[in-house]
Design a protein around this ligand. Structure first.
Ligand code: ADE
Ligand code: ZN
Length: 332
């Protein structure tokens, strides 16, 4: 099973590029950009990455992102992730970035997006990994800030396919961003949103109703509501699930208790992703391996996660057919 999972061609749909900042690069950039971070050693980092909920992680995560300053820093961050994708046999990745984390510190939107985009282009050319870029609004910030950020994104429309919503779910309902999402949709962006990571099923239902979403990021609390489960299964509304993240942030106590396999068997379009791998202890292959270790699951079911991710991705139908064929060939 281990070899099968490692070599399985994969598609990632839920990955925060700022969440791929490994301690080595964090220390290097802190030094070269003369930025203070609250850790001096790898041991201190390891101790700090002991999260008890989403907010305890976000507080550390935003501090780490402070070391990203120059366009080259965003390039280096993204390039390191793509090299890791190559090792993990990722064929296609759809990555999030959080511009407000950087513009709030005086880093220009252009610096952020151009650095990431340059690495993505090189990844396509040199590594053969296709991509889509998704810009997230931080839901703990206000609507006005989101509108300002959307205005900046419009001059990079050629580089960004969709708008997302992340950060603190509790206390920041989807409704807060209804108008800015409407404007984004009018301008041709697709939409996704984090919902049902810590929030109740109602948070998923509201997000679907109000933001016209193509998929839900996380969505694991859907199990608590039979009506919602049926809605998600019947309409094949994709959930981009991040198993190791859910364990690190105490959404589930153990991987054995994670509901991803149950959801798969109920016919939901669930996918496996890594969220913030540098903070949660593993990239996409590690997430597949952790699920397979904790659950009695077949190779066919494991491959279904990739078929689902192809179905849920923002690539053309021709490209979906091409990737599906690659998996079918892998299975025969
Ligand atoms: N930003 C980065 N990772 C996140 C997560 N798991 N939930 C919400 N916002 C995030
Ligand atoms: Zn996420």
């Amino acid at each position: 099973m281990k070899n099968f999972i490692h070599a399985l061609p994969k598609v990632e749909l839920h990955l925060h590029i700022e969440g791929t900042l490994e301690p080595e690069l964090m220390f290097e950039l802190a030094k070269s950009n003369n930025i203070k971070i609250p850790f001096n050693t790898f041991t201190e980092i390891k101790a700090a990455y002991d999260f008890y909920n989403l907010q305890s992680f976000l507080d550390i995560y935003y501090q780490g992102a402070n070391v990203l300053v120059k366009e080259q820093d965003f390039f280096d961050l993204t390039w390191a992730y793509l090299l890791r994708c190559k090792e993990d046999n990722v064929m296609h990745t759809e990555i999030f970035f959080d511009p407000q984390t950087h513009t709030s510190r005086g880093i220009s939107f252009d610096t952020v997006v151009n650095g990431i985009h340059r690495a993505l282009l090189r990844g396509k050319e040199e590594l053969g990994i296709s991509n889509n870029l998704i810009m997230c609004f931080l839901r703990h910030l206000n609507e006005e800030d989101a509108f300002r950020t959307l205005a900046l994104a419009l001059s990079h429309k050629d580089k960004i396919v969709a708008i997302g919503l992340d950060s603190s779910e509790i206390g920041n309902p989807a409704r807060k961003f209804e108008r800015v999402f409407k404007k984004a949709i009018k301008n041709g962006f697709l939409t996704v949103a984090h919902a049902g990571e810590e929030g109740p099923p109602k948070s998923i239902i509201d997000a679907l109703e109000v933001l016209e979403l193509s998929r839900i990021d996380h969505g694991v609390t859907c199990s608590e509501d039979e009506y919602l489960l049926e809605l998600l299964a019947l309409n094949r509304i994709p959930l981009t699930i991040c198993p190791l993240s859910n364990i690190k942030l105490k959404v589930f106590k153990t991987m054995e208790e994670h509901n991803i396999v149950k959801l798969l068997r109920k016919g939901l379009c669930v996918t496996i992703n890594s969220d913030d791998p540098a903070y949660f202890g593993g990239y996409i292959t590690d997430n597949f391996l952790a699920v397979a270790k904790a659950h009695d699951i077949t190779k066919t079911e494991i491959a279904q996660f990739t078929f689902n991710a192809i179905e849920a991705s923002f690539i053309s139908d021709e490209e979906k057919d091409r990737l599906t064929l690659i998996i079918n060939n892998y299975l025969t």
